[in-house]
Design a binder for this molecule. Structure first.
Ligand code: FCB
Length: 451
């Protein structure tokens, strides 16, 4: 394994760690915060492992000062966190925001700046106000104006201090897992609906960008996509065909429209044939694709793993099957560790899409490694994961990739959505009984790497 060196990254490169509101904050019904779809989902039996929920999580709402001190001690230069929409607007669309909610993020931002850490705000990382879900959530086009209203409030309040903005985190997960297969909140199961939701998610992004720019001088704005580079399992035409389809479903459906290429024609045809994209003439309005293709300052990408695609159902409707090779090492989540795919992805975004700036807004791995008898968390696999993926980034940069920043996921072990607290992605171990934090060996390695 090659060891990455800081000198392989350009000066001004952003080094950070990431979290999201629902996964760490806790205090779910404190200071006027409204119910989110994830509170509801957690309260629904059988949706989240072990009946876990976000009510306490990492208690970050109360312990943010300690967590910022921790970041400072780890040499973190930038912190990507998200705003909980229901803390600002409990039912999603009130005219006046909740002062206590805004005040919390004020305190957080001020403490970060004081610690010399640059705040990167994500406006939507999945905790939609439940009241908006009750009017259809991302299926109802009204959500676009709701999101713009919320964006405007937050941008006005924090824009004097926050210069980096991410509109939306991971449209594919929001839409496919939330509306397509029901593994995430709100737990709906219709591919047709997931495509409608995706259109509104992308539209909300496009509509919010100029609003952020209007209220924030020198704003740098982007969206974060989770991308999964894929490859065919063999040279067989069926595998190649299945791979095209997987790539279209996972990556191109989101990448193409934000880069002004419209929805990919092959996927439009495929979804139309399957009956999933039949009524779009009623919901794609004139000007929508231009709104979605709004110019941004960077593309955020979350990379965890690749997919190797083998087709074994060529005669049926869904003619691809995702297969992951067995010989690669896996994380505890059973995601294959495959750093070369990150290099390939960065080069594709640079060369095929012309992305002028790419930021890895999440990259990391889940392993259960716990403190040993001396209180040391020797997470050697996670450290190796970071070494490999940073080497892949360095190599991509050497070949011309326009990568300008990297955020490790995640600062803390936290609430990993449908997996509850079972999957630990933290650089810092969290004892969920005592809320004690212990930086893992991987965190110390990163500190030494980027300091
Ligand atoms: C991403 C999410 C993030 C975290 C990681 C493991 O899909 O954005 O919140 O759950 O996966």
């Amino acid at each position: 394994m090659t060891t990455p060196h800081l000198s392989q990254f350009p000066t001004g490169f952003t080094w950070g760690v990431a979290t999201s509101s629902f996964q760490i904050e806790g205090s779910t019904f404190v200071d006027g915060r409204g119910e989110s779809i994830w509170d509801r989902f957690c309260a629904t039996e059988g949706k989240v492992k072990n009946g876990d929920h976000g009510e306490i999580a990492c208690d970050h709402y109360n312990r943010f000062a300690e967590d910022i001190a921790l970041m400072k001690s780890l040499g973190v230069k930038a912190y990507r966190f998200s705003i909980a929409w229901p803390r600002i607007l409990p039912s999603g669309s009130e005219t006046e925001p909740v002062e206590a909610g805004l005040a919390f993020y004020d305190r957080l931002v001020d403490a970060l700046l004081e610690a010399g850490i640059e705040p990167w705000v994500t406006l939507y990382h999945w905790d939609l106000p439940q009241a908006l879900q009750d009017e259809g959530g991302w299926l109802n086009r009204r959500i676009v104006e709701r999101f713009v209203h919320y964006t405007e409030i937050v941008a006005k309040r924090l824009g004097d201090r926050v210069k980096h903005w991410i509109t939306i985190n991971e449209p594919w997960v929001i839409c496919h897992l939330g509306y397509g297969v029901g593994e995430h909140a709100p737990g709906l199961k219709s591919i047709r609906h997931s495509l409608l939701a995706a259109h509104h998610v992308l539209l909300a992004h496009g509509a919010a960008v100029p609003v952020i720019r209007r209220h924030v001088s020198d704003a740098k704005v982007g969206i974060t996509l989770n991308l999964c580079p894929s490859e065919p399992a063999s040279e067989s035409p069926w595998d190649i065909e299945a791979n095209r389809s997987f790539d279209g479903f996972f990556n191109r459906w989101y990448l193409d429209p934000i880069f002004g290429r419209d929805y990919p024609a092959d996927m439009v045809q495929e979804y139309t044939e399957r009956g999933d994209f039949v009524d779009h003439a009623t919901w794609i309005e004139e000007g929508d694709m231009e709104t979605i293709a709004v110019e941004t300052d960077f593309l955020g990408i979350n990379y965890y793993s690749r997919a190797v695609i083998r087709s074994d159902k060529v005669s049926e409707e869904e003619n691809w099957e995702r297969t992951v090779f067995d010989d690669g090492p896996r994380t505890a989540f059973n995601w294959e560790v495959h750093a070369p795919s990150l290099e390939r992805l960065l080069l594709r975004l640079t060369n095929d899409y012309g992305a002028k700036a790419i930021v890895v807004t999440e990259n990391g791995a889940s392993y259960p490694t716990a403190p040993d008898a001396n209180g040391v968390v020797a997470d050697v696999e996670r450290q190796a994961y970071f070494e490999q993926h940073l080497s892949a980034c360095a190599s991509a940069i050497a070949k011309g990739a326009t990568l300008t920043g990297y955020f490790a996921w995640s600062l803390l072990d936290n609430f990993e959505w449908a997996e509850g607290y079972e999957q630990r992605f933290g650089l810092v171990w969290v004892d969920f009984d005592t809320q004690q934090r212990i930086p893992k060996q991987s965190a110390l390695w990163l500190r030494d790497f980027w300091s």
